[in-house]
Design a protein around this ligand. Structure first.
Ligand code: PMV
Length: 319
């Protein structure tokens, strides 16, 4: 049996991270330039039911039956088995690799889950659609995030820009014209669960301070949706800057993020903000197409560990 491969993209949050956990709308888009990959190979010589999970980048090699219930990779595999009503799958090796930096706001955890669930299900003879894969990846994301909104698994499973409200059916976004984003990595790794947990404690202690910040972020996402759908994308820059100011007030930015955001603006970006959990990880800048290389250069000169230039477009139809 030939090996089965599935891949899933990274993602950025254009507007509304953190506020989305509290029910406000947010906008996210896939990033094709970085991907997670899962390969499944049959191991015909082994006892049926034996499943090996290899993640060489993480220095991991484990057998499923030895993994604790809380292990994210093991959970993804178990969820697929449960979904398909199987207890003893054909023996196999699942190999995971990814070019998406971990704990950097680019959705690496959800992308690994999506690629893994798709590849393993296909190996078992089932084709899971985007909604099913998204639901499985959401369960796994609880381990990474604690209280995920569901935006990561949704945008990654559908591979389309989304307007997302927690608990509501997915709304795919149709940008009227493509637009260019430069992504800059601070190189500082920051687990999303930490920033989300700190903000939750701050909100619990003083909801009156944080609710208006979440409302304002939600209003920004609503306005942004309109400009994306009408193609007036240069108007998104100010919204990004306003969103960044709110994220600073929420306490989820960092000196490194603020520095790169400022550098992008000085280099000619229409607007810039952190993207994802914050405290480190990646920032994004909305740029006129022709300035993208210049803004990326400036970010690297100002300490970005890596930059990616990506285009946000309507994208292909979900499976
Ligand atoms: O850090 P990331 O890329 O996993 O993004 C998390 C987005 C948050 O809004 C901070 C959390 C969530 O579950 O929506």
């Amino acid at each position: 049996m030939p090996a089965i491969t599935s891949t899933a993209p990274g993602k950025i949050i254009l507007f509304g991270e953190h506020a989305v956990v509290y029910g406000r709308p947010a906008i996210a888009a896939p990033v094709e330039q970085v991907r997670a990959r899962a390969v499944v190979m049959a191991e015909p010589g082994w006892t049926p039911g034996r499943v090996r999970i290899q993640a060489p980048d993480l220095g991991r090699e484990d057998f499923l039956d030895e993994l604790p219930q809380t292990d994210a990779l093991g959970l993804a595999v178990r969820l697929v088995l449960e979904r398909l009503g199987l207890e003893r799958p054909p023996a196999c090796t699942l190999r995971i690799s990814s070019s998406i930096p971990i704990a950097a706001g680019l959705g690496s955890g959800a992308a690994i889950s999506v690629a893994l669930c798709r590849a393993f299900a296909q190996f078992l003879g089932a084709e899971l659609d985007a909604a099913e894969v998204s639901a499985l990846a959401f369960e796994v994301d609880r381990i990474y995030h604690g209280t995920p909104s569901g935006i990561d698994n949704t945008v990654i499973a559908y591979e389309r820009p989304v307007f997302f409200v927690k608990g509501q059916p997915i709304q795919l976004l149709q940008p009227a014209s493509p637009f260019t984003i430069v992504i800059g990595d601070t190189g500082v790794r920051s687990p999303t669960a930490l920033a989300v947990g700190d903000l939750r404690r701050a909100w619990e202690a003083d909801p009156g301070r944080y609710e208006p910040l979440f409302d304002a972020a939600g209003d920004i996402a609503l306005a942004a949706r309109r400009w994306i759908e009408t193609g007036e994308v240069d108007r998104l820059g100010d919204l990004m800057n306003e969103n960044q100011a709110l994220l600073c007030e929420m306490g989820v930015s960092s000196p490194e993020l603020d520095w790169l955001v400022e550098a992008a603006r000085l280099a000619g970006a229409w607007g810039a903000k952190l993207s994802g959990g914050g405290r480190g990880g990646n920032m994004i800048a909305l740029v006129p197409d022709e300035l993208a290389p210049e803004v990326a250069d400036s970010l690297r000169q100002n300490g970005a560990a890596r930059t990616i230039i990506t285009t946000i477009r309507a994208g292909r139809m979900p499976r």
